[in-house]
Design a protein around this ligand. Structure first.
Ligand SMILES: [Zn+2]
Length: 79
């Protein structure tokens, strides 16, 4: 039950700036696997905010997010 869907969010439309993370609806921000927090951009073509599965353009994927084993930093208080 601890498995979350793999979801990618665009921080920008630039290269290596699509991150894997979890959306925190209360704040409207995404906490990414690589540690960044950002407000996700809407996807083109009305596809909403995030997408699951493999990103369509590997060149836009954050290398840190792609390399990290699945598992997100706990969005709790910093240690
Ligand atoms: Zn990232």
């Amino acid at each position: 039950m601890s498995e979350a869907p793999v979801t990618w969010y665009l921080r920008s439309i630039g290269d290596q700036d699509t991150h894997r993370g979890v959306l925190r609806p209360a704040e409207g921000t995404v906490t990414a696997a690589c540690g960044v927090t950002f407000v996700p951009r809407l996807l083109p073509f009305g596809r909403g905010l995030g997408f699951s599965g493999d990103p369509p353009d590997p060149g836009q994927v954050c290398p840190a997010c792609a390399d990290l084993p699945f598992g997100l930093p706990h969005p709790g208080p910093a240690r």
